[in-house]
Design a protein around this ligand. Structure first.
Ligand code: ZN
Ligand code: ZN
Ligand code: ZN
Length: 937
């Protein structure tokens, strides 16, 4: 008789080797063909909605690992919430306008030969092309969503909505026109974006200038009483001194008042400068001989009054974190009209935006004595003036890196020009936004302080850009009286034009085609207008997605925004501020942020460092599920690390989970849950233990998903698979599954447990291992159409059995001791396979003996040996005792009798039966009961 045919060995088509790079695209096609996303929408109709609002990535290149991280995290949330019974539409979007796209296009084809409308057309095509590229790349990650109908910020409808909300912001008084410094080329007479500026060396004069303090500083220190105090500044752009309005100090620095004899007058003066660099600066101005009178905190100097060296103007001391000690004196000459940081500090202190320079780079008539001079040519006469008034302490020339125009290569200047702004304090916007932050849940918690700090201190939002690719600022200027015009009526007509023709209509059409007929300037009655040429900051596009997407297609507010932690500065802010301004409430209920992906050593990834890991490569080599598992395994609250080595570890963790599932699948091939399911009371204790463990796993994993704590999900699932299942339950189960007979109650009991465990496990891991869970699910008996259409598993209270768990925890601890003893015996070459062993257990106290005797019949199965004896006598000297368990000694000897050909267990009775001389009595019983129809060979 061929006894092998009477064994129930695992049988499954589920391959050991995952081969994810090939298999995943097949599963993706399977989902697409069944219309899984649509089926999910139908299934959840009428359920409570959960809106995760997708922040739109720029459509300007292949996706990188940070995109993959972001989209996978979102997909995990969407899949989990969906199985939880929510209606979770996921509408992906793309940011299509803006410099990232325009810059790429200009780089690729050059701008010189393109008209504005040609450039815009190229940009549109470029963005559309990358939307298609990224869409396929995102889908390949296993991310499920409405990929056929994404929102795109260049859609006409989206653009029209942006115009509409702009108009609402305008009507509520949030939008104003003001001055802001930008790079300006006096040769080309144009504003330049940061990307159009090249840094080259330039020789400039560098000067030390003193500003006389007019306040009495003796209130800060007695030692300053009666002193003539000056603040010492250093600058390489003397031409900006006529626009000086303040001196900036760092609130965290300490400043020394240094008494010295200055200049030919031999008069003693006191100079104020940062404490740590007194020596360097005094050496620079040739004042080796000096005395420090006192040292003051930078913050106490705020508001001190000085006087401009050659203009009749009061100059206050202001504070700013941008002030450094790397160069100069720690006291920064501040001209808000001529520098970005100066400008920002100027906004904070409400300094005027003075920029007395015209388009050709010449001083205007506002500057007495220097009007008409080119600013660079004005350096010399200004220095001369400083000398005349005795304010110049030192002059030298030096070469330094300076911005130049990318086209004509001449040095550019920073110059304030008119720009459009959203006022942050109008209608208490800032206060209301800060208050709203408290009502939002920030994950992790520190996100709240971060955005609070940023909104608390931010200046007004400059929303105009001197670019081509974007939504136009829909404002008209009267040609007669020059006043900007943005009436409701005018904006309505722009909006209706844009909804029909896109923003291209604005650029292509003449003013009179856009404005309603007979439209007149409310100031002067003129009918002569020109269009504003600036476009809107692209952050306003995406910032208004709550109006263009949430309100229109989903629901306002969103339940969750989930982006990288740089968006506290970006999208979260632009979305919050605009929704607070227009709707009066925040656009999100909760905000989750993740860190950035670093290389294996925690360094930033960059092309030049050669440490970039592209998601496409990971997928080609390992598969998307390995990437998804990596995302889940890392703590995304901080920066994440990825490397070939880390991915290999992930692949190994994956292999263990996969093999556990393969074993379970292989052993339920002949199990029909509707027919073969055994009752709970018919299960063996260890089956009930396994089901109990499963019930404990469900709330643990659910809680972790609920709290977005995905690395705990990963850990719990991995540990359940490798410890509870693979090394305990499944190991012990093999003998029963393979040899007790196909339809035997014992095997059916194990199969019920296996089926239920797999059925729960596959759902618990579906949000993480989207592909593999599907692959397993399709191999299970009676599958639904997709694992992702299932409900979330619930705890079956009837399967909880804490009393049993206590007992089995003890038993499994004893098993550890026996396993250790077997290992030693194997090392000593006493046994090979554990079935060759007999285990003799000697209990040193009766409690342990009584406990173990209750399970005596099961001992061989639990320890996977042929024979076990239990005694309460004292053990022979050679018995093993574990340091972890006092009171138990274990002796391993070779099992008696011969090896059963069928089950490999040893028994003295093998050979006693004439019909089956090579079988043990247990196997003979099985054959007689279930396989008696098989003919002897
Ligand atoms: Zn130029
Ligand atoms: Zn007018
Ligand atoms: Zn046997």
């Amino acid at each position: 008789m061929d006894y092998d045919k009477t064994l129930s060995l695992p049988r499954t088509n589920f391959p050991m080797r995952a081969n994810l790079p090939q298999r995943e695209p097949e599963i993706q096609r399977f989902w697409e063909e069944m219309g899984l996303y649509k089926m999910l929408r139908e299934k959840s109709q009428g359920k409570q909605r959960y809106i995760l609002h997708d922040g739109p990535p720029y459509a300007n290149g292949d996706i990188h690992i940070g995109h993959a991280l972001n989209k996978i995290l979102k997909d995990i949330v969407v899949k989990y919430k969906s199985m939880q019974g929510f209606d979770v539409p996921y509408l992906p979007g793309w940011d299509c306008h803006g410099l990232p796209v325009e810059h790429e296009v200009v780089q690729n084809i050059g701008r010189k030969n393109l008209s504005r409308s040609e450039l815009r057309r190229e940009c549109r095509e470029f963005a559309a092309r990358y939307i298609n590229v990224q869409r396929e790349q995102f889908k390949r990650l296993g991310v499920l969503g409405d990929w056929d109908n994404p929102y795109q910020t260049f859609d006409f409808e989206y653009e029209a909505k942006v115009i509409e909300v702009f108009s609402q912001l305008m009507e509520r008084g949030f939008i104003y026109r003001g001055l802001k410094p930008i790079h300006w080329c006096s040769q080309c007479k144009t504003a330049l974006a940061e990307a159009e500026v090249e840094y080259m060396d330039k020789v400039s004069p560098s000067v030390y200038v003193k500003f006389k303090v007019t306040d009495d500083l003796s209130r800060l220190s007695d030692r300053l009483a009666g002193q003539e105090v000056y603040i010492l500044v250093w600058t390489t752009t003397p031409w900006t001194l006529p626009a000086n309005l303040a001196i900036a100090l760092n609130p965290r620095f300490r400043y020394s008042a240094v008494r010295c004899v200055v200049g030919m007058s031999q008069k003693a003066q006191t100079l104020l400068m940062a404490e740590d660099i007194v020596g360097t600066n005094m050496a620079n101005i040739g004042m080796a001989d000096h005395e420090v009178l006192c040292t003051l905190e930078g913050r106490v100097l705020e508001g001190i009054k000085c006087v401009h060296p050659f203009i009749e103007r009061e100059v206050p001391v202001v504070l700013g974190d941008h002030v450094s000690r790397d160069e100069g004196t720690g006291c920064v000459h501040t001209a808000p009209g001529h520098g970005q940081e100066d400008y920002e500090v100027g906004l904070k202190y409400k300094l005027p935006m003075l920029s007395p320079v015209d388009d050709s780079g010449q001083f205007t008539s506002d500057v007495e004595g220097f009007a008409g001079l080119n600013v660079f040519a004005a350096n010399e006469p200004i220095i001369k003036r400083l000398m005349e008034v005795g304010a110049l302490l030192h002059l030298e020339e030096g070469s330094h890196s300076y911005p130049h125009c990318w086209r004509c290569k001449s040095p550019v200047i920073f110059r304030a020009t008119p720009q459009w702004f959203i006022s942050i304090d109008k209608n208490d916007l800032r206060k209301r936004a800060l208050k709203a932050i408290d009502q939002v849940e920030w994950i992790p918690r520190w996100g709240m302080e971060r955005i609070r700090g940023m909104i608390g201190s931010r200046p007004d939002w400059c929303i105009s850009r001197q670019r081509a690719w974007g939504v136009p600022i829909p404002v008209f200027h009267c040609q007669e009286c020059n006043s900007p015009l943005a009436s409701h009526e005018a904006l309505e007509s722009v909006k209706s034009l844009v909804s029909k023709e896109g923003t291209e209509g604005w650029f292509a059409r003449d003013v009179h085609e856009i404005l309603p007929e007979g439209f007149r300037c409310p100031q002067c009655g003129s009918t002569n207008f020109r269009k504003e040429t600036d476009i809107l900051d692209v952050w306003l596009d995406s910032g208004l997605s709550w109006a263009c997407v949430l309100e229109k297609d989903l629901a306002f507010p969103a339940d969750l925004y989930l982006e990288g932690s740089d968006q506290h500065r970006g999208w979260f802010q632009s979305s919050l501020l605009t929704s607070m301004a227009v709707k009066g409430s925040p656009s999100f209920r909760s905000v989750l942020t993740h860190g950035f992906v670093m290389d294996g050593r925690g360094r930033k990834m960059s092309k030049s460092a050669g440490n970039v890991i592209a998601p496409q490569e990971v997928i080609r080599k390992f598969g998307a599920d390995i990437l998804r598992l990596w995302v889940a395994s890392e703590d995304y609250r901080e920066d994440l690390r990825i490397s070939e080595g880390i991915l290999k570890q992930m692949a190994e963790a994956y292999r263990r989970i996969r093999n556990t599932c393969k074993f379970m699948l292989g052993n339920i091939f002949d199990f029909d849950p509707s027919i073969d399911r055994m009752e709970y009371k018919e299960l063996l204790e260890i089956d009930r233990w396994a089901l109990h463990r499963l019930q404990k796993l469900i709330p643990e994993v659910t809680k972790a998903y609920q709290e977005f704590d995905f690395h705990s999900v990963f850990r719990a699932v991995r540990n359940f698979c490798t410890i509870d299942m693979s090394s305990l339950y499944l190991d012990i189960l093999k003998d029963r599954l393979y040899t007790w007979g196909g339809p035997s109650p014992g095997r059916r009991a194990a199969q019920r447990a296996l089926y239920e465990i797999l059925d729960v496990l596959v759902r618990l891991m579906a949000p993480l291992l989207a592909f593999t869970a599907e692959e397993i699910y399709q191999q299970m008996p009676h599958p639904g159409q997709s694992v992702h259409l299932n409900d979330w598993p619930k705890v079956d209270e009837g399967l909880l059995n804490p009393r049993l768990e206590t007992k089995w925890t003890r038993l499994l601890k004893i098993r550890d001791v026996v396993t250790k003893a077997l290992e030693l015996a194997r090392k000593a070459k006493l046994i090979g396979n554990s079935l060759e062993a007999k285990v003799s257990m000697y209990c040193q106290y009766s409690g342990l003996y009584d406990f173990l005797s209750e399970y005596e019949a099961q001992h061989p199965t639990i320890f996977i040996v042929s024979q076990v004896s239990l005694s309460n006598e004292s053990a022979p000297a050679e018995a093993y005792q574990s340091p972890d368990m006092k009171g138990l000694k274990v002796l391993i000897t070779r099992a008696s009798g011969r090896k059963c050909q069928r089950c490999w267990n040893y028994s003295p009775q093998v050979g006693a039966n004439t019909k089956h001389p090579s079988l043990c009595p247990r196997c003979i019983e099985v054959i007689d009961k279930y396989y008696n129809k098989l003919e002897p060979r």
